[in-house]
Every structure is written in structure tokens, then in C-alpha cells.
Ligand binder design. Structure first.
Ligand SMILES: [Zn+2]
Length: 255
């Protein structure tokens, strides 16, 4: 007996499959959830992937996403059908993922803004600090959370203060991504989108893919800073922003 990949199947697995075939499968009702796909509890992921898919791949597009996920969980050893409390876990996971697949148009959020410095004499930094930040990483689909600090120097127009927090939330939940990239998008929206003199975005977040798995280093804060325009060219502008962030953090700790 050999798998589709041509690897010989260990005797222990053959025996295990026979036993599983004789078991009443009360779990999945889908035809492709045969005993062949019951987890064998092997040691490595590669071993868990050995086996044939007893279904027509072309029909998978018609299967509900949570059903596919339930099958995948079961395949690697987590049978969500056994315990009533986990029966909806695949569906919950899909809903969780969809919370981070939001349509987001930054220009619709920024809108036309208000008249800028030529009319009002605003030439300094407009900054908002300690904005709640959340995202899920594109590598593990695990959440990261922390604070974002955003600043820009207006030229032609300014935007409502709530818009900065909306940018952070919008780009953070637009799709699974990288913290570095989200910072770039926010900075570009404030620089190119507003045609400002410059923008700066500092994000500080804890990534649970580092704290709860892999290296298991809880409490590590990843900081990323993106600079555009004046903030890139003039160190004093970056220093002023850093002072604003430090001041806001100090005030936050006294609350
Ligand atoms: Zn990750």
C-alpha cells in the first residue's frame, strides 16, 4: 500500500485506518470526511499531511468555508465535532477573519477636509497619540495590538481629528498585513492624500504570534516608524514629534 505521493504507508497507520473505518463517525457528515482523514496523532505536520483527499477538488468551491476549515482542523488533530462547545469554532474563526477583511477607502474617510494653512496660518505639527491599534498578521493570522501615534504638517487642508483614528482602524482591519506596511499606508494617506508637507507614523504593538507561539516572548513591543516629506528631511521635526508622543504617554500614565 502506498500513498498518492508514492511513500509506503507504515503498518501502524494501515492498522489505525482499519480501526477508524470501523468506528462510527458521528463527526462530519460530509462524504469526504472519511476515516482516512482522521488524525493519527503523528509527531510532525508532514506526517499529518500524508494521505489522500477522498473528494472531487472541483466541488470544494461549493462547500461552506467553515466546513472546509472544520475538515482541516480535524485533519491535523482537532476534531471540533466531538464537543458541543467547539462545534461552531470553525465558523467563529471565519467570522474573526472577516473582521479583518474590511473594505476601506482612505480618501473617502479623509474627505475634502477643511481649509489649510494658507488661510489659517497652520504650519506646525498636527499630532494624535495613543490611538488604539489592532491588526492580524498575514503570516499567522494572529492579532497584534497596541498604540499608534500619527502626525502630519498641513499644507492645503486639514482634516477632522477623528479622521486620524479612523485611518489607523481602517488600515489595521483592511486585511491581514504587516505592521510596517500599515504604517506606510497611513503615512502615504496623510502625505500624498492630503498633499501635506509631511507625515509621520509610529506604531507600537505586541504581536501574539511572538508572545503565544514560536519564540514565546510575551511583552515584546514592536515599534515601527514611517516618515514622509518634512519629517524625513528635517530631524528637528522628528524630534518635536517624539516629544509630543512622550508627553502624551506621560499624561496617559497619570490617568
Ligand atoms: Zn505573525
Amino acid at each position: 500500500m502506498a500513498t498518492r505521493r508514492g511513500r509506503p504507508t507504515p503498518k501502524s497507520q494501515v492498522k489505525s485506518r482499519k480501526l477508524l473505518r470501523n468506528r462510527q463517525d458521528t463527526a462530519g457528515s460530509e462524504s469526504y470526511m472519511s476515516a482516512e482523514h482522521e488524525p493519527k496523532h503523528p509527531d510532525s505536520l508532514d506526517q499529518r499531511l500524508i494521505g489522500e483527499i477522498n473528494c472531487d477538488i472541483a466541488t470544494l468551491g461549493e462547500v461552506r468555508p467553515e466546513t472546509l476549515l472544520r475538515f482541516a482542523f480535524k485533519r491535523v488533530g482537532f476534531n471540533t465535532d466531538v464537543d458541543p462547545s467547539t462545534q461552531n469554532t470553525p465558523r467563529r474563526f471565519i467570522k474573526y477573519l472577516m473582521e479583518y477583511l474590511n473594505r476601506f477607502d482612505p480618501m473617502a474617510v479623509l474627505g475634502d477636509g477643511f481649509k489649510g494653512p494658507e488661510d489659517h496660518g497652520i504650519h506646525g505639527i498636527v499630532a494624535q497619540c495613543n490611538i488604539p491599534f489592532r491588526m492580524i498578521c498575514e503570516h499567522h493570522l494572529l492579532p497584534a495590538f497596541g498604540l499608534a501615534h500619527v502626525g502630519y504638517i498641513p499644507r492645503h487642508k486639514v482634516v477632522g481629528l477623528s479622521k486620524l483614528a479612523r485611518l489607523v482602524e481602517g488600515f489595521g482591519t483592511q486585511q491581514p498585513s504587516m505592521q510596517e506596511l500599515i504604517g506606510e499606508k497611513i503615512a502615504d494617506a496623510l502625505h500624498k492624500g492630503l498633499d501635506s508637507n509631511g507625515s509621520i507614523v509610529l506604531i507600537e504593538a505586541e504581536h501574539t504570534c511572538m508572545s503565544c507561539r514560536g519564540v514565546t516572548a510575551p511583552g515584546v513591543i514592536t515599534s515601527t516608524q514611517v516618515i514622509r516629506g518634512v519629517f524625513r528631511d528635517v530631524p528637528a521635526a522628528r524630534e518635536e514629534f517624539a516629544q509630543l508622543v512622550a508627553s502624551a504617554k506621560g499624561k496617559g500614565s497619570n490617568r
